[in-house]
Design a protein. Structure first.
Ligand SMILES: Nc1ncnc2c1ncn2[C@@H]1O[C@H](COP(=O)(O)OP(=O)(O)OP(=O)(O)O)[C@@H](O)[C@H]1O
Ligand SMILES: Nc1ncnc2c1ncn2[C@@H]1O[C@H](COP(=O)(O)OP(=O)(O)OP(=O)(O)O)[C@@H](O)[C@H]1O
Ligand SMILES: [Mg+2]
Ligand SMILES: [Mg+2]
Lengths: 295, 321, 501, 321
């Protein structure tokens, strides 16, 4: 097995989100029998840990790496270092200033804008929103928040505060409880990380406010999708990591085989984000299921 | 029963509470009090558990990892509906006790340092939890409902969360065990001076092991309550740093990490203070990035003031005596 | 007598609820040896700690070389030429003997780097250990030394300070006759070199042997000062306890009964190549004498189940008893009063009450819960029985004087029903009054049929108290001596390895 | 100079290394060795720092937060080009020493428990770092280049990373300080028996404070190297759990958390073992979720084996002694 070329998909930390990418990678593996594809989690979501992981992969003889950099903006040099040794692709969040071959992924700013659209639609009278997120300073959170703010700017919908929880679910839930206690008349809640909407959903349910407060979600947690179907969550914005994994792996293989034409002029392969609401949630969930079960 | 140190902690809590209530009267709203009480219950159970090990002269660093691992196991058992929730609860607590037995054995019989044993536990149990779930979040599917289980663990009785009730019951029982029972006395003796305890015919190893079993067993109970609170567990982050909460609560409450000192009342008050601080950050709209800083500062100020007051008290008392 | 260089005037020290030192004045002149005696808790150590700068006095003044001050600091005291052998050991077990001796005064090399010159350190330490007759090298880690050997290190440390006043707070409490002899010679030499010594001991013969004058304390007050010619044990005792002490030692009421503890070929983990056989009879006090390091403590620990038995057998009341742990020993009625009370005998931060009941707590409990009233009552009873000087039984054991602490350890066992009692240095640091109390208690117990094995390094005690003596030498029994054959000479010759004729 | 415990650790490292090299020979490739050496340098500096505090009988839990805070400060100072990198380095190390001074003061002069003081430090410094950056990642802007600084901190000399060289120099100096100097002797004395040290006229408070100053000062040095390695710092996660690494390395290397015991050689070997283990997980393709579990298991097995061997050795030695 050692003779097969190895392709690695390095993610930025352990989360369910990457389970879908893993399914995509698996699918690609079926179609690429001459390669060894793997998806690697750094044991912590820290730039240093991820960098170490990539260095070890290169030392271990990997042929190409696709990475969701923990911190693309300021990891230019370390990414360049990896990129100078093996072909490097970025995903999830781009690092345009590096020597990466191409970026394949979505735009968090666009996703935020879509969430803003959901909010405008669900709150025609306007209203006050409060957001919940794991790490408010992280790039993906910032871009989503900024995207949303840019859409609702000028309307009567307002994002008054965003509470962070350091990816601690207990605190995530407590934040929602406290927000509700401090602002009993809040109109809308936004969950920016995948686990935030379910926590919002539960607190609203327990306090009997489900349906009264508009919930806007990101990502495809089963509870989120359930809430969307039920109508208690106005809508959710989903990315498509499955395609990132699937298309990304195929792209890397082609590239290694010498086909440079797969990389477009601007080096960007954007997989658009989708708005899921009551109308299309069933179809989306069916697709998800079949992908995860490897169908 | 309440000693000077505990009294001071109580005063500190009242001061902090009053200040918060003045700035934002919603602090005293029933819903907020109920929410805070719920979290006091959740965190209090494993803080009391930690106190037992600390009094024995040890430390239990794997609390957060145990909460993650056992939470995952519990949700998995219940969600798959393979076993009845009551049985699942028993299984999880039994695993907790086994973990405690193992830690106690390594510390008391093989003579390893508690810090090392439980640090390894911290690493290993989280690793197992992550491997077991393949790093995926464990949770109940949408709409899954276990009414009795949910009512028992996350329900409220006239606004009093059941987690708080469980905590109070556990605290009362453990208070008697610690302060009134032969075992409790032996535990303090072992923590203070293990050699002298052995010379007095106390089975020191057994006492130490029992402390770890109690600690990990109660932590397992807390793991179930916490799992039912979040209803989903991402194994890589669930419970991270909870050991520090537990140790901070115990130490705030007068436990000495040198062993042999501490009281249940103190630990309870320590837990209350930490949760009130968390609540304060959210209610006063302090940036969440400052959450930790606020907590750290108040603990430090509290401990410092306590220290200074007790020094002065000792000085005033001396000539009079 | 030259002018005193050190004067303490009206010194008092108040602890919550007790005046440990009450308006004491004391001055020290060059080259004099002052004996300081008094009952346990009389305030001797406290007074000395004030001199050593460890404790700050509540009132009074100290004048050193004409310079008056309110208190001394540790550094100030050392700079003033005062060296201190503390009653309780203060050594660093992670360092070598030599490093302990010169702690704070290491010979340096490497200029500004302030590195320690280890060779020089060991070279300098050697003579001090040698002059005390220590049988270990300066490089030996202190963790490997026995209590007595540690005490030698402590003394060597004080001597090496080249001070003009050496305070020795019970330096001989765990030394045997030969080391004590040597120490007394050293004191004589110090005196000849114009060094002053304050010597505290409960072995009054030692005081008789070396002191120029004796100061007697009682209840924190200075009650008498005896000049050279007045120094006799009886006089000192009279001033110390305020009455005459008739007899220290009492003979047994009955002839000894059957053997109750029988050791046959017992091998200890420390010296498995040697074996010990002896028997302790009902109603008898068997003394176990020997030099420092002869293996007596090790034997006691093995019998009590603290160390593995490497061979041989132990029978109690004729029944073979596999003793795997202290609790097994206790269940058989065999108790041990350890030599190091601070480390093994007491939990010093616990109240007196809890220390007394610790080994017998289950008897004061119902269904696992402690009956606090019964506990308090029993503790008060024991306190009275042993005359433990304390305010009630709630004070921590750490607040007691050394001798009273020892009584608490005894109280722990006496509240139960012993069959065999092993005493390891039972009167280490205990005043004559209490000593006579402890001897009376031992005799009372043995008259009630308890077998007693008494390890002691105090020759007077061995000869006075024992009905029979076994002498150990390098891990084996060198011989037995009957009451009639007991003398310092006969014990010592066995102890140094000369087989009894 | 090398004692039995250290020797055993060395053997363990060689065994683990050999096994890994057999399974994947790339373990011994120059690039991999060089990478691992680099990380040993980075982590070793603050592990050695930690040893000083542990030997003094204390503990320093704020390592990770100090690394985050000072890393942010350093990058900020340099990236804004307001100050010259050398000056920035001096400033950062000075702040580190000040932090150490504060911790030492609180512990030695005000008598607070080290665990409490440094736990509060852990919370507060991270909070400040996060507030200061508003939770945003601190990093150099694109194209920013500080050739000398980069060469000094992240460069390599014939494949030998400069971080390793810095680590070796620091280790040698600190080894002399700890094992050969008067200060080192006093540190061991204070750690073992503070009261006796005081009776011996040692300024125990000064020694303790010095231990914290050395610890935090060296940690500041490590913070700069680590910042230049990652070149970006997300203040909420940078350095998380590094205190546990440091403590684990020190304890593996024979330091006792009761104070008064430990050796520099041991700490170095402890650091090497931890880094080799990290490397192993990545090289052998072990699921990264198991990374922690592997590390925990090896530490536990190592400590256990050491314990058993030394027990047996003690038993064999006894009759001869
Ligand atoms: N730290 C303390 N706190 C409270 N009381 C103390 C303390 N130290 C000593 N005492 C009390 O002071 C009195 C004098 O004690 P000290 O140790 O000086 O006696 P001593 O004469 O040395 O007795 P011994 O011969 O037993 O050593 C005792 O009653 C003791 O209980
Ligand atoms: N843990 C140990 N390691 C090495 N040697 C030891 C240890 N414990 C005791 N020893 C040595 O064993 C010998 C016997 O010690 P033990 O304490 O039994 O003697 P002892 O007759 O009771 O004398 P002492 O009067 O000192 O109590 C001593 O020389 C002592 O140095
Ligand atoms: Mg005394
Ligand atoms: Mg002995």
């Amino acid at each position: 097995a050692q003779e097969k070329k190895q392709l690695a998909f390095v993610v930025n930390g352990a989360s369910d989100f990457w389970k879908l990418a893993e399914a995509g990678v698996k699918k690609a593996q079926d179609e690429l029998p001459n390669y060894d594809l793997s998806l690697k989690y750094p044991e912590q979501a820290a730039a240093a840990v991820q960098q170490r992981l990539m260095e070890d992969l290169v030392a271990g003889g990997v042929s190409a790496i696709m990475v969701s950099a923990v911190d693309p903006k300021s990891s230019t040099d370390s990414l360049n270092k990896i990129g100078s040794q093996v072909p490097l692709f970025t995903t999830d969040s781009d690092a345009p200033d590096t020597n990466r071959i191409a970026y394949i992924g979505s735009s968090n700013t666009d996703a935020g804008k879509q969430a803003g659209e959901i909010a405008l639609k669900a709150l025609p009278e306007g209203g006050k929103c409060i957001g919940f997120v794991g790490l408010p300073g992280a790039d993906n959170a910032r871009e989503r928040i900024e995207g949303m703010k840019s859409t609702i700017a000028g309307s009567k919908v307002e994002l008054i505060d965003v509470r962070g929880d350091d990816i601690d679910q207990t605190r995530a839930k407590r934040n929602v409880e406290d927000a509700l206690a401090a602002n009993p008349d809040i109109d809308c809640m936004v969950g920016f990380y995948s686990y935030n909407p379910p926590r919002i959903y539960e607190v609203l349910k327990e306090s009997g406010k489900l349906g009264q407060v508009t919930v806007i979600a990101f990502d495809e947690d089963p509870i989120t999708l359930g809430g969307v179907r039920e109508g208690t969550i106005a809508g959710t914005v989903v990315q498509d990591p499955y395609e990132w994994g699937y298309q990304g792996m195929k792209l890397m293989a082609k590239y290694l085989e010498g086909d440079k034409s797969v990389v477009p002029e601007n080096k960007l392969i954007i997989v658009p984000t989708k708005m899921i609401d009551k109308s299309n949630v069933d179809a989306f969930e069916a697709e998800l299921k079949s992908r995860i079960s490897g169908g | 029963m309440i000693n000077r140190k505990d009294l001071w902690l109580l005063i500190l809590i009242i001061i902090v509470g009053t200040v918060v209530a003045i700035i934002n009267p919603r602090f005293l709203s029933p819903i907020n009090l109920s929410n805070t009480a719920n979290l006091i219950g959740l965190f209090g159970i494993f803080a009391v558990a930690q106190a037992f090990v600390i009094i024995s002269g040890g430390i239990e660093l794997s609390v957060g990892s145990i909460i993650a691992l056992l939470g995952v196991v519990f949700i998995d058992l219940v969600a798959s509906e393979a076993v009845n929730p009551a049985l699942a609860f028993v299984i999880v607590v039994a695993i907790g006790c086994l973990i405690g037995l193992l830690h106690g054995f390594l510390v008391a019989k093989l003579g390893l340092q508690p810090f090392v044993v439980t640090l390894c536990g911290l690493l290993i149990y989280r690793g197992i939890a992550r491997y077991y779930t393949e790093d995926a979040t464990a949770g109940f599917p949408f709409g899954a409902s276990f009414p009795t289980l949910e009512w028992l663990t996350a329900g409220r009785f006239y606004g009093i969360p059941h987690s708080l009730i469980a905590f109070i019951v556990i605290t009362l029982v453990m208070g008697v065990v610690l302060h009134k029972s032969v075992f409790g006395r032996y535990l303090f003796a072992v923590g203070k001076n293990e050699e002298a305890a052995r010379y007095s015919g106390i089975h020191t190893a057994r006492i130490t092991i029992a402390a770890y079993v109690i600690c990990c067993g109660l932590t397992a109970v807390a793991a179930v309550f916490i799992a039912m609170y979040t209803r989903s567990i991402s194994p890589s982050s669930h419970g991270n740093f909870y050991e520090l909460y537990a140790i901070a609560a115990a130490v705030l409450g007068g436990c000495s990490l040198r062993g042999g000192e501490g009281s249940i009342v103190g630990v309870v008050l320590g837990t209350v203070l930490l949760q009130v601080l968390q609540n304060l950050v959210n209610l006063l709209g302090i940036p969440s990035s400052l959450n930790f800083a606020v907590m750290g500062s108040v603990i430090l100020i509290g401990v410092l003031a306590d220290q200074q007051i007790s020094r002065r008290a000792a000085r005033v008392k001396a000539p009079a005596g | 007598m030259p002018e005193p260089f050190l004067k303490m005037t009206g010194i008092s020290k108040v602890y919550p609820g007790i005046r440990a030192v009450d308006d004491i004045s004391l001055s020290v002149s060059q080259g004099e040896v002052i004996g300081l005696v008094g009952e346990n808790g009389a305030g001797k150590s406290t007074l000395m700690k004030i001199l050593g700068g460890v404790v700050a006095p509540s009132a009074g003044s100290i004048e050193l070389d004409g310079l008056a001050m309110e208190r001394l600091t540790v550094g100030g005291s050392m700079r003033g030429g005062i060296a201190f052998v503390h009653q309780e050991l203060n050594l660093f077990e992670n360092l070598t003997a030599a490093a302990n001796i010169f702690i704070g005064r290491e010979p340096l090399k490497g200029g500004p780097l302030r590195l320690i010159d280890e060779e020089e350190l060991n070279r300098r330490a050697e003579p001090y250990l040698k002059q005390l007759g220590a049988d270990f090298a300066p490089e030996t880690p202190v963790a490997r030394l026995s209590l007595a050997q540690m005490q030698l290190v402590e003394i060597a440390k004080a001597l090496s300070l080249k001070a003009r006043l050496v305070i020795m707070d019970e330096p001989t409490s765990s030394l045997t006759a030969s080391e004590t002899e040597r120490l007394l010679k050293i004191i004589a030499r110090l005196k000849a070199e114009s060094v002053s010594v304050i010597f505290i001991s409960h072995r009054l013969a030692e005081i008789e042997g070396c002191a120029d004058r004796v100061v007697v304390l009682r209840d924190g007050r200075r009650v008498a000062e005896l000049g050279k010619v007045e120094i006799h044990a009886e006089t000192m005792i009279r001033h110390m306890i305020g009455r005459d002490l008739k007899t220290l030692y009492r003979p047994p009421a009955n002839p000894p009964g059957e053997s109750i503890l029988e050791l046959t070929g017992v091998r200890t983990a420390y010296r498995p190549e040697q074996s010990v056989s002896l028997s302790v009879r009902r109603g008898e006090i068997l003394g176990l004498a020997g030099l420092v390091g002869s293996g007596r403590t090790e034997l006691a620990r093995t019998i009590f189940g603290l160390e593995p038995l490497e061979g041989g057998s132990i029978t109690i009341k004729g029944v073979a008893a596999p003793i795997a742990s202290p609790s097994a020993a206790i269940a058989r009625g065999l108790y041990l009063v350890p030599e190091d009370r601070k480390r093994s005998g007491l939990i010093v931060d616990f109240p007196i009450r809890e220390n007394i009941t610790l080994a017998n707590l289950e008897a004061h409990a119902k269904r696992g819960l402690i009956d606090f009233d019964a506990e308090e009552k029993d503790a008060l009873k024991q306190r009275q029985r042993l005359d433990i000087r304390s305010r009630g039984v709630s004070a921590p054991a750490s607040s007691l004087s050394g001798g009273n602490q020892q009584k608490v350890v005894l109280a722990k066992w006496l509240s139960m029903e012993p069959q065999v009692l092993i005493f390891d240095e039972p009167t280490r640091g205990v005043d004559v009054g209490a000593k006579s109390e402890i001897y009376r208690l031992m005799r009372e117990l043995s008259d009630h049929g308890v077998g007693i094995l008494m390890i002691s390094s105090d020759m007077e005690e061995v000869i006075g108290v024992s009905d029979r003596v076994a002498v150990m030498h390098e891990g084996r029994i060198a011989g037995f001596l009957e009451r009639g054959e007991l003398s310092e000479q006969s014990i010592l010759s066995l102890a140094v390895g000369r087989i009894a004729a």
